[in-house]
Design a binder for this molecule. Sequence first.
Ligand SMILES: [Zn+2]
Length: 310
Amino acid sequence: MTTTSFTKKTLGLETSEPAVTPPSAAHQTNFVKKPRLASPKSKKRDIPEGLWTKCPKCGTMVFDKELDENLKVCNHCQHHFPIGARERIHSMVETCTFEEMDASMTSVDVLCFTGAASYRSKLEKNQASTGLKDAVITGICKIGDYRVALGVMDFKFLGGSMGSVVGEKLTRLIEQATEKTLPLIIVSSSGGARMYEGMFSLMQMAKTCAALAYHARARLPYLSVLTDPTTAGVMASYASVGDLIIAEPGAMIGFAGPRVIKDTTSAELPPGFQTAEFLLEHGLIDAIVPRKEMKPRLISYLGYLNNGRK
Ligand SMILES: [Zn+2]
């Protein structure tokens, strides 16, 4: 068997040892495999980590600082990257007006659930990595001239899943809104009910919707904002019962995933299935609003819906 070795250096790629061009697959041996790692490693060195993010839609490398200044929206193709709950609240409410509610409420591992890792350890890990206690932040704030009850979910915390804390915090928020005659805005971003809490997470669907029914009975407006992704138990409860349902561009919105539906129905799914744009066309949502226009648009909707109350 013959092996070939080269001492040629690739321009711009300074490696400690000479780069070796691997021979064709027919001539491959263990001996020539190792040096192949040299060139991708040195390429990576050119891009410092945490400074650039590749846009999944247009493939452009976007400068992180630029992305932050642009509310995590790609300047080239307007792709909406995920944004944290605190950042979103900061982008929507008037400065220093957000009074957080139930900030220290945390989940209890009622079922002592253990899968690949225990629920308790997953909670601790997510609390440490996100700085959040659970997947939603709630509070009373001002948006424009309007006092509003606002709940914002964070997908980074266990996929924005709805457990008993998300359900309870939102229910308390809705009840506060009813009591104080405030309009309500909930920004959803969720993979659905939290399986680690079993039935306790499923009953949050009924609980939040019951509180919303009282809010609606008081003739107070509820604006539901759907972001990428809003699915399953959350979409099947409070996210889909807004007086106005608004979505961010390109958001994936649905109940079961497209693959499950395709397998169950054995039918070809239409193009754009379960995107905000598809659902606007089919009447499930009322408007698609880019992130940067969200605040002025919410203020204008509140003007229509809030009977002149400020
Ligand atoms: Zn892009």
